[in-house]
Design a protein around this ligand. Structure first.
Ligand code: AMP
Ligand code: GLY
Length: 419
């Protein structure tokens, strides 16, 4: 089969790596890809956000399956356009991707289907939003309704902070995405990312992970796209998994089907484990980045075969097998990320995906200079993953693999999976 993967980050490198080895895959194309991904397949310079050009590429190549990595093309309707062109796609329709594309849609949906979540309301006017924040004693979270690359959320401890955030967001900090905002009750507890496959009817639990969102050790500093991850989450138990499936994942699948927009693809539920049970913080309509870099390396089953089952139906009979180990990934970022940072710094020792010691180096923001030298080209540059029999072993293997990369200005957290 000819498989086309859309995206250019560490998540897509992990997807390409897991599909490259599949006996079902004859040819792998990635748009636009990156230098690491280029070792596994042919990269085509088409932007992941140019829907029309992606559909044309998929048609020209006669792709047997398109796997979409990031959220923006899904929210913009890439899956709909591919299906209209008779090209099978792993990733939800725009109507189902609204679970990520509109936080107000996701919250309303949870209310309609009794899915546990914090109290919330949506607003377009600052005065009413502030009044609701005052009801919550200022201990609340202010969110842009639309996509804001993970940055449209302000966690507040008092009314003054809440007021300021409300004014900034409604004042256009995220353009159209924050014309409407949500004010939510601020809930507390450990966070867990839950991943499940959905074929429109059936659901299959995939994995849990924990993401480290803050830039610096000890969960200090600004929010980032994710500085590291561990899978499974240290909080996962059989009982918790059953509870998440029965109170959140299955009701999402049933609710979407009942509302006429069945969900196909991977659902990523960002949860908080509160004293009253797991509650929904957010939904994403795709794999996490860097969570994919710890979930996929643990998978013993053929991911491509699972993805095809998602597209064709029949997940209820699909048996997923896992490697009985923990995976840890450490993100190596450019110094200054998520603020301003330099690009073009040479990186040595990251040319091979598999390190001699068994680590995996997934590329995110890398490029090849004219002379072929690998250079940094983004904020999050590499995600270095290792497996181990327990969290501590996986963690020390991952940091040992980080040491094999020579990039003096790299910034990375030293406490991923330490707690
Ligand atoms: P989101 O982009 O919605 O995942 O939010 C980013 C981060 O903000 C989450 O990972 C949580 O740490 C925090 N957060 C979001 N919503 C809430 C909430 N209602 N209560 C407490 N923390 C929240
Ligand atoms: N790591 C968070 C995300 O992918 O949204």
């Amino acid at each position: 089969m000819k498989i086309l993967i859309i995206g250019s980050g560490g998540r897509e490198h992990a997807l390409a790596w897991s599909i490259f080895d599949s006996p079902l895959c004859d040819e792998l194309i990635i748009a636009p890809g990156n230098p690491g991904i280029a070792q596994l397949g042919r990269c085509e310079a088409v932007s992941a956000e140019d829907t029309a050009a992606l559909v044309a590429l998929a048609k020209n190549e006669a792709a047997d399956l398109v796997i979409v990595g990031p959220e923006v093309p899904l929210v913009n309707g890439l899956a709909d356009d591919l299906i209209a062109a008779n090209i099978p796609v792993f990733g939800p329709h725009a109507a189902a991707a609204r679970l990520e594309g509109s936080k107000a849609f996701a919250r309303d949906f949870c209310d309609r289907h009794n899915i546990p979540q914090p109290k919330w309301q949506n607003f377009t006017k600052a005065e009413a939003a502030t009044a609701f924040a005052a009801k919550l004693n200022g201990y609340c979270v202010i969110k842009a309704d639309g996509l804001a690359a993970g940055k449209g959320v302000v966690v507040c401890s008092n009314l003054k902070e809440a007021e300021q955030a409300i004014i900034e967001l409604l004042g256009g900090r995220f353009g159209l995405a924050s014309q409407e905002i949500l004010v939510e009750e601020r809930i507390t507890g450990p966070e867990l990312s839950a991943f499940a496959l959905m074929d429109g009817k059936s659901v299959l639990w995939l994995a849990s992970a924990q993401d480290y969102k803050r830039a610096f050790d000890g969960d200090a500093g600004p929010n980032t796209g994710g500085m590291g991850a561990v899978s499974p989450s240290p909080h996962e138990t059989d009982v918790l998994r059953d509870q998440i499936m029965s109170t959140i994942i299955t009701p999402v699948a049933k609710g979407m089907a009942a509302e006429g927009c069945p969900y196909n693809g991977v659902l990523y539920a960002g949860l908080m484990l509160t004293e009253g049970g797991p509650k929904v913080i957010e939904f994403n309509c795709r794999f996490g980045d860097p969570e994919a870099q710890v979930v996929l390396p643990r998978l013993k089953s053929d991911f491509l075969s699972a993805a095809l089952t998602v597209v064709e139906g029949g997940l209820e009979n699909f048996d997923l097998r896992w490697i009985d180990q923990t995976a840890v990934t450490v993100v190596m970022a450019a110094d200054g990320y998520p603020g301003s940072y330099q690009k073009g710094q040479p990186i040595h020792g990251a040319d091979q995906l598999e390190t001699a010691a068994g680590g995996l180096i997934f590329h995110a923001g890398t490029a090849s200079a004219d002379d072929g030298q690998l250079i940094s080209a983004g904020g999050r540059v590499l995600a270095v993953t290792a497996l181990g029999n327990d969290r501590q072993l996986a963690r020390s293997e991952a940091y040992a693999a980080v040491k094999t990369v020579f990039w003096p200005d790299a910034m990375f957290r030293t406490d991923i999976a330490a707690d």
